[in-house]
Structures are given as structure tokens and as C-alpha cells.
Design a protein around this ligand. Sequence first.
Ligand SMILES: Nc1ncnc2c1ncn2[C@@H]1O[C@H](COP(=O)(O)OP(=O)(O)OP(=O)(O)O)[C@@H](O)[C@H]1O
Ligand SMILES: [Mg+2]
Length: 621
Amino acid sequence: MTRDFLLLWPHLKRYRWRYGLGALCLAGAVASRIAIPYFLGESIDTLRAGAERETELGDSGLGAQSIKSLVLWGAGSIVVAAAIGALIRTASRILILGTSRRVVSDVRRDLFDHLLRLSPSFYIENTTGELMSRCVNDVRNVQGLMGPVFMYLAETAVVYLFCLTVMASKSPDLTLICVLPIPLFVISSRFLAGRIQRGSRRAQAKLAEVSAKTDESISGHTVVQALGIEALDAERFDKRAEEYRELNLEVTRARGVLSPLMGGLAALCLLLVLAVGGPRVMRGELSLGDFISILFYLQMLAAPTGVMGFVISSLQRGRAALRRLCEVFDADLTMLDPAGPGPAPDKGGGLSVRDLSITLGGSERRLSDGEGTTQERLPERLVLEGIDFEVQPGKTLGIVGLTGSGKTTLLRVLARELEVDAGSVFLGGRDVTELRLDDVRSRVGYVPQETFLFSKSLAENVSLGRIEATREEILRAAEDSRLSEDLDQLPDGLETMLGERGVNLSGGQRQRTALARVLLLDPELLLLDDTLSAVDAHTAEEIMERLRPLMAGRTTVIVSHHLAHLSAADEIIVLEDGRIGERGSHEQLLAQSGFYKGLWERQEMRERLEREVESFEGDVS
Ligand SMILES: Nc1ncnc2c1ncn2[C@@H]1O[C@H](COP(=O)(O)OP(=O)(O)OP(=O)(O)O)[C@@H](O)[C@H]1O
Ligand SMILES: [Mg+2]
């Protein structure tokens, strides 16, 4: 039993009664089927004995009557056995196939739960389409394994056991002849099974690539259309689809050989039994009834042997799928709670960062160019180095820096999205690596640079982190983020349904929705990553006005390219290529004549010019 199958063990254990009962019903159904050839053989021998006696003694009338009733009894037993068999067989199918659906639903739920807790690097290494394929196609193949494959395997085992036992009781040497081709069967099926498993694994990986390509092209359809590269993109898709078809054909070929091979082996057994058993009946060494029932048993063995081709290929496909699921279950979780977490920090604590360095990248990524798949290691980069700062409770830290200087990375660290070394980030005086993740995250409100909205109503998007929020609270958060200004432009106000990722909102509306979502959480530590970049200058100023009293009571870290939004901060740091270049209050930084002062003067000049142009246009009109 390999690691792949162990994944299913807890589920098998959980549903052991259902599977056990299903297997028992299956055995009952097989037993009742076994009884049919038995009764048939008995009836034939009774008939034959009666017929012989009639020839010897002449018809006495009574003998014929008792023979008739014996045969009727045999026929009746056959009908009853068949009816009982059909009923128990239905019950076994319901039990086993129904339970396989439960198992798969559990595996799917576990997989989804696990996916939500995986590290950001996992999502860099695997594309959405690839993961969707694992959740849908691979899970479906596992269901085949836990349902039909389990059922047919159990049925085959029971049929073989019962049939061979009854056959051996009737004629041990004929039974031995029947099992002679089994080693041949095992060797050939092992060889073909290996081919099927390798082929299935490659085909499933290719299907994941096709899914990934579909996802990418649909998500990026506007770019594809705008650049007019529809034909090129379709060609790229076709290439993958063709490769998928070829790989599937390979598997089908191997499966195609397997099924007739099984059928051929069953026919070979029949031939051997006829060749050896026929003359024995003629010589009177074997009764006709026993011989016919052995032929019937052989026929019963032929059916599951023929299905073995399907069972082996489904087993291998399921195994390949399990292996792919194991890869996801084995991936690192984003972060785990420490083994012995410390007590939650006191409310309203400040933030302290000491000599923080962060390296990103270095993960393996699967790249597919239609020719094949290659692994590529992404370059490693020291994104933050030796960062030190302290934000007292209720105070504000401003961060500015050129694009790519590490601002977002720093905020992601503070939001506990990225792991840090012990002793570098402290919340309320406590090292965050010693705190439970929930204790940190419940205190932090992070508005990321790129917002993600769900296909729900606007109100539901705002109350995502606090579904119990009242209408008034949602409206207040919308007021504070100035989202309320836009509500009458939207068809159903707060009840407007958003398209995928909020496509029916403007960039600024999306940002303000994300801001309202976090304000509703009333966090102790507020992290704003260039939150107002897509909002016009006038609205941004209004929002900042409303945020100031809200920020006054809580520790805030605010990243912005617009220095006017930072000027009131208690301390401002300038990030330069991952290090702190300048630091101080707005006035201190202006006095330093560095990057900050230069940027401030340029932004001041631009605003002055804009104001002059506005007043000039006003004068002209
Ligand atoms: N997952 C990652 N793996 C490797 N490098 C990364 C990763 N994420 C970001 N980087 C790199 O880290 C650097 C800092 O990125 P970051 O997003 O923190 O910049 P930023 O200051 O927020 O920029 P912007 O002003 O454009 O938002 C960039 O050079 C970026 O290429
Ligand atoms: Mg950024």
C-alpha cells in the first residue's frame, strides 16, 4: 500500500460500516448466483437418473410424478435465488456507490480547505487552471476508484473464491485446469497496467494544462482581443488539446488490448475444460450435472475477468489522480500556529520591527510551452533588508518609495501573509511568530494594493469579514470610505450584484469597497497599501479627511505615492531598494533635501499648476 492509497484510509475507516455492509451484500448476491448452477446441476442429474430408471423399470407413474416435483422444486429454487440475488445486489450497489460519493465529497472538501491554507509560493508554482483540474478531474477519478473499482474488485474476489471452491468440490482437477492461465493473466495485466498508469498520469497532467490555458485565455480575453492575437492563442490551445488527445489515445490503446486479452483468457479456460471434461462425462467419470454446473461457473468467472480490463485501467487512473492530489496535500501550508502560542497581546499595542529582512522567490514553477513541461526555478531576491521602525500605539507611520522598493512586501509581512524570522516583528510587545495567527489577524485590517471582490452584492463584499454587521454599520463604513457617494450611480445601490472580481465597478469604487470592508472590522492596526491610487485627487482628499479621526485612535501604516496623504504621519520612512533611505517627520524630511524633498516639490508644483489651469479655465468661461 503506497502513500497514495493511504490518503483514502481515514475515509475508508470512517465509512467502514457502509463499505463492510456493501461487501457483505455483494457476497450474498454472489452466493445466490452461485446457487443457481448448483440447483441446475442437481436438477439435471435428478432428471437423468429418473430417465434411466424409467428405461430400466418402465413408467410406474409415481416415479415420474416425484421426478417432476423434484425438478419443479429445483426450478423454483433457481427463481427464488435469482430474485434474492437481484435484491441484495441492488442494495450492495447503493451502499458502495453511494458511499463512494460521500468519500469523494469529503476528499473534495478537505482539498478545498487545504488549498485555502497553502502558502503564497504554492500559488506561484501552480496555476489556477491546473488546480481546478485537480479539484474536478482528479477527484472524479478518485470517485471511480472508491465506487465502481472497489465494487468490481470485491465482487471478482468473492466470485472467484466461491466459484473455485464449489468447482473444486465437484472436480478438483478440472478446477486446477481453470486456474492454470492465471499467472499469464497477472503478468500481462501488470505490464499493461504500468503503461496505463504512466499514460493516465501524463494525460491528467496535460488535461490540467488545457484547463490552465482555458482559464488564462478566458481571464485575459480582453488582452487577447485588444492585441488581435485570437488565432495565435487558439493555435496554442489546439496544440495542448492535440497532445491531450494523443496521450489519451495511448491509454485507450493499452486498455483496448487489455479487455480482449481478458476475454481471450476466459475463452481459453472454457476450451480446456471442454477438451478435458467432455470425454470424462462420456466415460461416466463425471456426472453431466456437475459438468454443466462447472461450465456455468466458468461462465460466471468470465464476466468479472472481462471487466478486469476496465477495473485495472480505472484503478491506475485513480491511482495517478491520487498521486496528484497527494502533491497538493503535501504542499507547505502558508503558516502554522506556533507549537506553544503565547497569550494574545494587550489591546491597542503598538508595532515594532527590528532588523527585518525578507527574501522572496526561489520556488519551482512548472512552465508549459505546448512542446512539453519544464521546471524553472524563479530567481531569489532580497526584497527587504535591515528594516527597523517603531510605531507607538495610536500613531501613524507613512511609507513612500519608488516602485518595486518593497512597500507591499513590508505590509504583507505586517499582515502575517508572509512568514518572518523570530525576533523581527512585534505586535503589542509580543513577537508575532509566538502568537496564534488568529490573534494577529483579528487585530489587523489590511487593505491590499490590489483588491479582490467576490461575485456577491456590494453589501456582502463590504461585510465579508463580519457577516453579522448591521445595515447601519455597513452604511457607516461606506460613508467613511466615501463609497456612499457612488451608491446612487449603481443600479441597486448597496444591493448591486458584482460581476466576477467586481468587473462592473470602477477601479476607484473597487478600492473604496475594499477600504469599507476593512473599516467595518474596526481593526487596532490599520495597513493601507496605496489604497487611494485609483481615486481622483478630490475624493482622495475627502477620504483622508474622514480617515484622520478614525486613524487617530489606532496604529496605522500607510503607503502612498501621494505625499500629501502622508504629511500628517508621525514618522515617514522612505524605502530605497528594500532599505530605509530616509526617515523622520514631514518637516524633518523636507529639511534633509533628499528623495522625499524632491518628490514633495515636484508634487507641489504639479498641484499648483493644476490649480492655476483650473482658475484660468474658470476665468475664460
Ligand atoms: N513573490 C515574489 N517573488 C520574488 N520577487 C518578488 C515577489 N513579490 C515581489 N517581488 C519583488 O520584490 C520587489 C518589491 O516588490 P513590492 O511589491 O514590495 O514593491 P512595491 O514597493 O510595493 O512596488 P509598487 O510601488 O509598484 O507597489 C520587486 O522587485 C518585486 O519584483
Ligand atoms: Mg506595492
